[in-house]
Each structure stands twice: as structure tokens, then as C-alpha cells.
Design a protein around this ligand. Structure first.
Ligand code: NDP
Length: 315
């Protein structure tokens, strides 16, 4: 570890809606936050197109543009935003905690706000990448509206896929649900909801061979895993709902998480099991996962950090 180590009051890890909101509040509270923006500054919203459900934007806003506005607002109050990844943490003992940036230099932080988000899992086929944002989406709540009155497909068989299929069924004329095994993974009530919805057709034992279309999605070629038979279905939207992976690996040795890596916070707060370490956004939320809920929890984390420091009065 390096010899010259910076000592700061508030470190924010991650730069999605949660991280930027935490930064705005922490900076305005004079905590002089330093933010490490991570591999994909701006987070998941930078890979979406129109955002129409974030309050305050009556005409909608493009995801990347919105994150740019978040960034400017955080900078306006003095947040020190840096490129880089936190590659190692040591939350043993009492604060300040030592964290390593890009395996190069160290930083000592009195408080740490984890806002590293989550990443959608993708199928990993080339047509999915090619048509991402052109009919391929990993968020039905964000993008379903664009397929109003159209036919869509959704892949996945867990609670998220069932919830999103039900959501899409209210907007779209027809929803094909592509389930790779001969059964769901979702809870029974969620399955029932799907099976009882007339405009959802569940195709079991079905995998995605290729998403069809040049500039936008026009169909999907699916394959029956038992018979090997392929079939093309006309659709305009293709939704992937095969789970998310929270970006929390680096904190695992110290922070209490559930079995899938979501950070557990004390209910009603952003506090983790470690004193002075707070978590917000999708890194700790597998249920709501919206920009607006992430931003709200970022605000909570900054307020919790500020109150924690005020109670200590040592920095
Ligand atoms: P899950 O991990 O539960 O389910 C993922 C689903 O995607 C599985 O059905 C899996 O299939 C399928 N899948 C994975 N990879 C592929 C692939 N390459 N091709 C096709 N299908 C694939 O993730 P969820 O996001 O659904 O849920 C995560 C957690 O959040 C769960 O604990 C869930 O209960 C919870 N949750 C709760 C909600 C609620 O209570 N309202 C709402 C949403 C989530 P297979 O079954 O064959 O492995």
C-alpha cells in the first residue's frame, strides 16, 4: 500500500442515481465527498434511452443526459469526482477505513457510502448486444411503455420475469414468455398470475436462438430444448429478465449480504453491519430497483453518514 495516504470524511463508491444523490447531500452538508465513479460512470441509466418515469421531467429525458445532470449538480456543490475502482477494502477495526483505488493508491475514509449498483444479466448472444436499446431491454418497467399495443417476448422464469411479464401484459397486446426449463423458478402466486393472464403465452423448454432484426427488433427465433425444433415469432420488443448481479464483491469479506450478494441494511436506514459504512441504491435493493428509489436511498445514506459524523464530532 502507498506511503502518502489521503484522509477524507466521506467516500462515495459508485456514480448512479444513488451515488450522485448521496454526493449532492454530503457536499451540501460540507462533508467534502470524494466519489469514485467506477467502470461505467453514471451506471445502468447510461445504457438506457428515454426515461419517462423519473418525476420532474414531464417530457422524459435520455438516461445518459439525466446522469450528466446528476453529475453536474453533484459537482456544483464541490463533490470531487474521480475515475477509478475501489479494488480492496479493510473495514476491520474502527474508522477511518483504508480502501485501495485501482490497486495503486490508498485512501482513508471516515465514512463510506456504497452505491455500486447492480448489473443486469444478459443472455450473451451477439444479436442481443446489437439490438440493445433498439427493442432489447432488461427493464420492463423502464421500457415497456414503448411497446404499447405491440407483441413482445420476455425471457426468464423467476419472480422478476413473472412480475415483468404481468406488467407488460397490461401494456402490450401479447407477451411470449420464454422459459428454458419445463417449470418456473418463481413463487407459486407469481406463476399463477402469469398463467391466468390470457395474453401471456408461456413457452416452456424454450431457449433463445437469435433475436431478429437489423436496426430494431422484428422477431425472435426460439428453439425447443427437448425436440430441437426452431420457430420464429414476430415481436417488436425483447425483454431479458434472468436476474441481476449486485456489484458488491469487493465488500464481501466485511459487509453482511444475502446469499446473492445484496447488501443487508438495517431496515428503515442505510446502515450496514459496519459502523460508518452505509449502502444505497441497487447494491442493497433487489425489489424496487428504480432510479427514483435509488436516488431516495442515496439521500438516506448521506443523511445517515452526516448524522454519524455529527455524533462522533472527531473529524
Ligand atoms: P432468479 O435468479 O430468481 O431467476 C432467474 C431466472 O432466469 C431463472 O428462472 C433462470 O432459469 C432464468 N435464467 C437464468 N439464466 C438464463 C438464461 N441464460 N436463459 C434463460 N433463462 C435464464 O432472478 P430474479 O431476478 O427473478 O429474482 C431475484 C430475487 O429477487 C429472487 O430471490 C426473487 O424471489 C426476488 N424477487 C422478488 C420479487 C417480489 O417478491 N416481488 C420481485 C422480483 C424479484 P432457471 O430457473 O432454469 O435457472
Amino acid at each position: 500500500m502507498s506511503e502518502t495516504t489521503e484522509h477524507i470524511e466521506c467516500l462515495i463508491v459508485g456514480s448512479g442515481p444513488a451515488g450522485y444523490t448521496a454526493a449532492i447531500y454530503a457536499a451540501r452538508a460540507d462533508m467534502k465527498p470524494v466519489m469514485y465513479a467506477g467502470m461505467q460512470p453514471g451506471g445502468q441509466l447510461t445504457i438506457t434511452t428515454d426515461v419517462e418515469n423519473y418525476p420532474g421531467f414531464p417530457d422524459g429525458v435520455m438516461g445518459p443526459e439525466m446522469m450528466e445532470m446528476f453529475r453536474k449538480q453533484a459537482e456544483r456543490f464541490g463533490t470531487d469526482i474521480r475515475y477509478g475502482m475501489i479494488t480492496k477494502v479493510d473495514f476491520s477495526g474502527k474508522p477511518p477505513y483504508r480502501l485501495q483505488v485501482d490497486e495503486k493508491h490508498d485512501i482513508l475514509a471516515e465514512t463510506v457510502i456504497i452505491a455500486t449498483g447492480a448489473s443486469a444479466k444478459w443472455l450473451g448472444i451477439p444479436s442481443e448486444t446489437k439490438l440493445n436499446g433498439r427493442g432489447v431491454s432488461a427493464c420492463a418497467v423502464c421500457d415497456g411503455f414503448f411497446f404499447r399495443g405491440k407483441d413482445v417476448a420476455i425471457v426468464g422464469a423467476g419472480d422478476t420475469a413473472c412480475e415483468e411479464a404481468s406488467y407488460l401484459a397490461k401494456i402490450c397486446s401479447k407477451v411470449y414468455m420464454l422459459v428454458r426449463r419445463d417449470e418456473f423458478r418463481a413463487s407459486k402466486p407469481m406463476q399463477q398470475r402469469v398463467l391466468n393472464t390470457p395474453n401471456i403465452e408461456v413457452l416452456f423448454d424454450t431457449e433463445t436462438d437469435e433475436i431478429l432484426g437489423e436496426d430494431k427488433v422484428t422477431g425472435v427465433r426460439v428453439k425447443n430444448r427437448k425436440t430441437g425444433a426452431t420457430r420464429e415469432i414476430d415481436i417488436q420488443g425483447f425483454f431479458v429478465a434472468i436476474g441481476h448481479q449486485p456489484n458488491t464483491e469487493v465488500f464481501k469479506p466485511f459487509i453482511t449480504m444475502d446469499e446473492t450478494g445484496y447488501i443487508q441494511t438495517i431496515p428503515g436506514t442505510s446502515k450496514t453491519n459496519i459502523e460508518g459504512v452505509f449502502a444505497c441504491g441497487d447494491a442493497q435493493d433487489k425489489v424496487y430497483r428504480q432510479a427514483v428509489t435509488a436516488a431516495g436511498s442515496g439521500c438516506m445514506a448521506a443523511l445517515d453518514a452526516e448524522r454519524y459524523m455529527a455524533a462522533k464530532q472527531t473529524f
